[in-house]
Design a protein around this ligand. Structure first.
Ligand code: FAD
Ligand code: SF4
Ligand code: SF4
Length: 471
């Protein structure tokens, strides 16, 4: 192909590693208008645009990029918002390399990187928010007479279903257990990757569509599912997978051993990083070991470093190749000096005479045949045990379903893994009029997959209520 486009993505400004390890400010600064247009010019506007199929909410990617190229930011944000209610969030945290950018035609040209679709999406969303008059105020549908829908959980799945149904003329109420909406976007992902003002801004836009948000309401405790079923025509459950899993090795109960869920919630939702302005004290070790190598592990290790750890280490039982974290986050972690121990698994946490953790006993691993996940199975190497000195351990080995609602709703059929059984195309569950999507159906996954599930369920709920009302 004799195409003349720069082979690399337009570089983006970032905070220097030596500075950012001392603060929680966002690492990536974002493009200027000129840089965004330079990057937009790398898009070939290809007729088959595979990027669109690679996006779980099917954004018209060539459309929003073309409008940006023509400096029509009004049109560009309108296109984005027609498909995605959280573009500034997705532009920052989507695993673009395996979604839209993973199939971009430009990456098929020898030695070429794909178009930086995520960074452009983030640019357009931020520009529209920062420049008055670029984005039309959301049109609230005045007569919300099509029906009443309850959404349980204000994470990406619940917010998407709520926004899409409000746009279609439904009266929607979201019930959220925590005091702040956003789900993992608020309590899990740290400020240096996703500033909370960005989440608040996009949630506010959803509320402006007429969506009612009731926070501090735990469905199954504060209010029963029966009460909700009596009042609403349909229900969507998007309660997520926030219950931590543990290694269950000896020493788990020692002081200084945490789950990443607790550690990150204290930092993000409870503003622990702003102590003493916020009353959430945190005890940070000098030598921190984080177990796991997904996004959660990267977030925990990088947060520990910012909070004063002298050494922050990651131990992972597989190799770098199998690491589930986003590649950008891994690169940032390496730049910041996080130390990686690949093919290493903890077998015991060793305590001192006061019950505080002082070391992690590990064993070296090797990779065997592929397991059910398709990744090569890690096997311990006998006699290879060694210890790492550590006064804090954070386990980030995965989460499972949030249980409160599930135990209060026994009619709801669950699968063998304890998640809600729901049709992948509609979110329909075993109970009529009840739909579900996001992590509570798939297990811990991604923001955009949860949003894609929310979109499909909005369509299905619309069809369900419309046909019921016709009868
Ligand atoms: P959640 O975001 O978990 O939201 C569920 C909501 O339901 C919560 O607010 C919860 O409080 C509420 N709830 C639960 N039970 C009840 C109840 N009984 N009553 C009322 N409300 C209830 N994905 C990416 O794509 N990119 C990333 O970079 C990334 N990083 C991550 C980092 C961390 C630390 C974590 C934990 C996850 C990360 N993920 C990332 C995964 C992603 O955030 C999730 O897949 C996504 O948030 C799932 O959305 P959800 O709407 O299904 O659930
Ligand atoms: Fe790509 Fe995610 Fe944006 Fe879709 S929402 S275009 S997958 S970055
Ligand atoms: Fe542009 Fe890449 Fe999408 Fe083609 S696949 S339209 S080059 S972003």
């Amino acid at each position: 192909m004799a195409l003349k486009i720069p082979n690399k993505k337009t570089p983006i400004a970032e905070q220097k590693p030596e500075e950012r390890i001392h603060n929680f400010k966002e690492v990536v600064f974002g493009y200027s208008l000129e840089e965004a247009i330079t990057e937009a010019n790398r898009c070939l506007q290809c007729a088959n645009h595979p990027c669109v199929a690679g996006c779980p909410v099917g954004i018209d990617i060539p459309g929003f990029i073309l409008a940006l190229r023509e400096k029509d930011l009004k049109k560009s944000i309108k296109i984005l918002k027609d498909y995605n209610n959280l573009p500034a969030v997705c532009g920052r945290v989507c695993p673009q390399e395996t979604q839209c950018e993973g199939v971009c035609t430009v990456s098929l040209i020898k030695d070429h990187e794909p178009v930086a679709i995520g960074k452009l999406e983030r640019f357009v969303a931020d520009w529209a928010a920062e420049h008055e008059g670029v984005e039309e105020p959301p049109k609230e549908v005045e007569e919300k007479e099509k029906g009443k829908v309850a959404v349980i959980g204000a994470g990406p799945a619940g917010l998407t279903v709520a926004a899409d149904l409000a746009k279609r003329g439904y009266s929607v109420t979201i019930f959220e257990a925590l005091h702040a909406p956003g789900g993992v976007l608020m309590y899990g992902i740290p400020e240096f990757r996703l500033p909370k003002t960005i989440v608040e801004r996009e949630v506010k836009a959803i509320e402006e569509l007429g969506v009612k948000l009731e926070t501090d309401v735990v469905v199954g405790k504060t209010i029963t599912i029966e009460e909700i079923r009596k009042e609403f025509d349909a229900i969507f459950i998007g309660t997520g997978a926030g219950t931590p899993r543990f290694m269950n090795v000896p020493g788990t109960n020692l002081n200084g051993v945490y789950s990443a869920s607790e550690f990150l919630t204290r930092i993000n939702l409870m503003h622990g990083y702003e102590f003493p302005d916020y009353d959430t004290p945190l005890r940070i070790g000098k030598r921190v070991v984080v177990v796991g190598a997904g996004n959660v592990a990267m977030d925990a290790s990088r947060s520990a470093l910012r909070l004063g750890a002298e050494k922050s280490m990651i131990v992972y039982r597989r190799s770098e190749k199998e690491m589930p974290a986003r590649i950008e986050e891994y690169h940032h972690a390496v730049e910041e000096g996080i130390e990686f121990h690949w093919l290493t698994n903890p077998v015991e946490y060793i305590g001192d005479e006061n019950g505080n953790v002082k070391a992690v006993k590990c064993i070296k691993m090797k990779l065997g045949e592929p397991d059910a996940s398709g990744r090569r199975r890690p096997l311990p190497i006998e006699g290879s045990e060694f210890t790492i000195e550590a006064d804090m351990v954070i386990e980030a080995i995965g989460q499972t379903s949030n249980k409160v609602l599930l135990s209060a709703f026994p009619e709801l059929k669950l699968n063998k893994r304890g998640y809600i059984e729901a049709d992948p195309e509609t979110g329909k569950t075993s109970v009529e009029g009840v739909y579900a999507g996001g992590d509570i159906v798939t297990g811990a996954a991604t923001v955009i997959l949860a949003m894609g599930a929310g979109k499909k369920s909005a369509q299905a709920i619309d069809e369900y209520i419309s046909s019921k009302k016709k009868k």
